[in-house]
Ligand binder design. Sequence first.
Ligand code: C5P
Length: 231
Amino acid sequence: MSSHIEDRDVPQHRDVAVLVPAAGQGLRLGGGVPKALRELAGQPLLVHACARLAQAPSVALIVVAAPADQVDAVRELLPDATVVPGGATRQQSVANALAAVPAGIDIVLVHDAARALTPPELVESVAAAVRAGHDAVIPVLPVVDTVKRVDATGAVLETVDRAALRVVQTPQGFRRGVLAKAHAEAASEHTDDAGMVERLGLPVYCVPGSDHALKITRPLDLAIAAALLSL
Ligand code: C5P
């Protein structure tokens, strides 16, 4: 991925809404505040994430699903975003945010606040793939570790061929109608939106992800993110 956005890649107009589910408690990160509000270099992760989204030339609108008791506080942090209350699950938070996207916006990205350092170039690359005709797009990285399938006792069942595996990041991009249909027809809870599209039997297209789009989940990830910021 290039370090800057080429002129030929910039869309004619801002045609993308990004939904940011940020209503989780994020207990694995500790700190006593919702994960999206944990600070990195003096600013909440959510503010880092939205600043990078706003730098992407395609992005017309950012809709944040905030913890229900923090909606006003998040509106103060992000005066340019639309802020709605999140739900009991990530999926419900995404659905709440999707309902706030105005008519006329046809490309919707879903991005976890925890991927706070995601470069604008990755946002553009996902949006461009949707614009080019792919109804569902995910950024992925190769798997570098050996992966084994194990049973509940910890016994190894098999070694999986990692060449065929990918780690999935966000933002995930969708033609709006496809995301809305996936949410309307989802029978169970899914941890990612592309998984819901797969359940509909529709194709999902991969683009190269970014090491900088790491999910800040554990205390070690905060240290890695701080190091990335200082590069
Ligand atoms: O818990 P996990 O790390 O999978 O959460 C992924 C994203 O979904 C986080 O950004 C989190 O804030 C968000 N989320 C949400 N509403 C929930 C649960 C999680 O917006 N009820």
